[in-house]
Design a protein around this ligand. Structure first.
Ligand code: NDP
Ligand code: HSE
Length: 437
């Protein structure tokens, strides 16, 4: 098996190292030796340390490498939309098998890759694209194909999980925790894709597509990042026996006519400490899958880093290589269900709302009236003196309201109206609540 490696950075470098260290085992598992035909990079002169590879294999001509007749498998660990999309479509149409970790591309234009795979007859594998080392996509795409998945809830971004875990452990604010994540090498120089939720949204789209046999793209995912999460939110969650996590949630539902739908969203949410995802700390990832017959399943492990991600890439390389040798291919994309994606406003969520209100007769009734007008049912109300102390600030009170499940649009409208009331001095925090409370 001859392999073209596109990219030799954090992940690609580890792919090269593992291919070298495990060449005999990999050959035995595949049934043929695995050789690198070439490695496409951007900078030929870059210092690549003591990488165990012949320097003559490096090229800047990725397309030329892909088109070579002696290349069977193309491994793409470059990232980004272009030129990766053009390369992979070319490779797949030519019947080569492709292994990629490129979640951004899969979520942006998975259709182009799947269509090219169907045309060329090779395989398209992408286990590393979601949750790094964790075997997750293969179980969704194969092991659970006899079952019906109802919901997938996950922590799929290590950087934001590190930041939120640090905020929870130390009481630090977002900026301070981000600085620590950057110093320790978790956050990239430009952390936008992680902290604004783009990375998690791409992964959510891929998970939803596989779980619900429906093409879901990045544009279908409601996305909110963690930049607005404050130390006060984290303290508020703690007071409720909860922690805050950036969750990706993909769930089946039904619209007003009863037609089956899916909703896919990424946002910070409070979850009770007893929830299986609450104890996922540091930069770890975990995904909780709820299937009809199997029940709840939890997948946990390292979601990023060179070696963990390379492990997933090599698992795919072995799978596609064995398929090629056997003259078979994996089952093609399963998108037969083609379920409509519900807008966020119709997603069913719960809110935890902290208000600073005037402490005088009728205020509670007025606040409750706003919820009632929007048909949002209140689950719990907790009131204390503003500022938390026994004496408080005297004229104000802190009001913490947790709602029952309601459409997100109704909850958002409730908060908008609350903000406009003169008895509401401020809306201190609004967080979605997941996983019971
Ligand atoms: P890096 O930035 O470390 O490496 C990117 C590699 O691509 C480099 O070798 C670079 O070349 C090469 N490259 C960039 N542009 C071009 C180009 N135009 N032509 C040829 N080569 C090019 O990225 P990572 O290894 O971190 O990530 C790779 C992929 O894996 C991405 O899709 C990422 O989302 C995904 N991924 C990464 C994870 C991680 O923990 N890092 C985890 C899961 C998935 P040069 O070396 O010359 O600069
Ligand atoms: N930036 C990503 C994370 C890398 O922090 O999880 C893995 O996809």
């Amino acid at each position: 098996m001859r392999l073209a490696l596109l990219g030799c950075g954090t992940v690609g470098g580890e792919v090269v190292r593992l291919l070298h260290e495990q060449s005999a085992d990999l050959a035995a598992r595949i049934g043929a030796p695995l050789e690198i035909a070439g490695i496409a990079v951007r900078r030929l002169g870059r210092d690549r340390g003591d990488l165990p590879v012949d320097p003559a294999l490096f090229t800047t001509d990725a397309l030329g490498l892909i088109k070579r007749d002696d290349v069977d498998v193309v491994v793409e660990v470059v990232g980004g939309i272009e030129p990766a999309r053009g390369w992979l479509v070319e490779a797949l149409r030519a019947g080569k098998s492709v292994v990629t970790a490129n979640k951004a591309l899969l979520a942006e234009d998975g259709a182009a890759l799947h269509d090219a795979t169907a045309e060329g007859g090779g395989d398209l594998y992408y286990e590393a694209a979601v949750a790094g080392a964790i075997p997750l996509l293969r179980p969704l795409r194969e092991s659970l194909h006899g079952d019906r998945i109802n919901r997938v809830t996950g922590i799929v971004n290590g950087t934001t999980n590190f930041i939120l875990s640090a905020m929870d452990a130390t009481g630090a604010g977002f900026a301070e925790a981000l600085e620590e994540a950057t110093e320790l090498g978790y956050a990239e120089a430009d952390p936008t894709a992680d902290v604004e939720g783009f990375d998690a949204a791409a992964k959510a789209a891929i998970l939803a597509s596989l779980a619900f046999h429906t093409r879901v793209g990045a544009a279908d995912v409601h996305r909110e990042g963690i930049t607005e999460v404050t130390a006060a939110d984290v303290a508020s969650a703690k007071a409720m026996g909860c922690t805050i996590k950036l969750l990706c949630i993909a769930a089946r539902g039904a619209d007003a006519t009863g037609r089956e739908t899916v909703s896919v969203r990424v946002h910070p949410a409070m979850i009770p400490l007893a929830h299986p995802l609450a104890s996922v700390g540091d930069a770890y990832n975990a995904v909780f899958v709820e299937a009809e017959a199997a029940g709840p399943l939890m997948f946990y492990g390292r979601g990023a880093g060179g070696a963990p991600t390379a492990s997933a890439v090599l698992g795919d390389v072995v799978a596609v290589s064995r398929n090629r040798l056997a003259g078979v291919r994996a089952a093609s994309e399963s998108a037969y269900a083609d379920l409509p994606v519900r807008p966020m406003g119709e997603a069913l969520t719960r809110y935890h709302i902290s208000l600073d209100v005037a402490d005088r007769p009728g205020v509670l009734a007025a606040v409750a009236g706003v919820f009632a007008r929007h048909d949002v049912s209140i689950a719990t109300v907790r009131q204390g003196p503003a500022g938390g102390g026994a004496a408080g600030r005297g004229e104000d009170a802190d009001l913490v309201i947790v709602t029952h499940v309601a459409p997100d649009a109704a909850l958002a409208a409730t908060v908008r109206e609350l903000r406009g009331l003169d008895i509401v001095r401020s809306v201190a925090s609004v967080l979605r609540v997941e996983g019971g409370l």
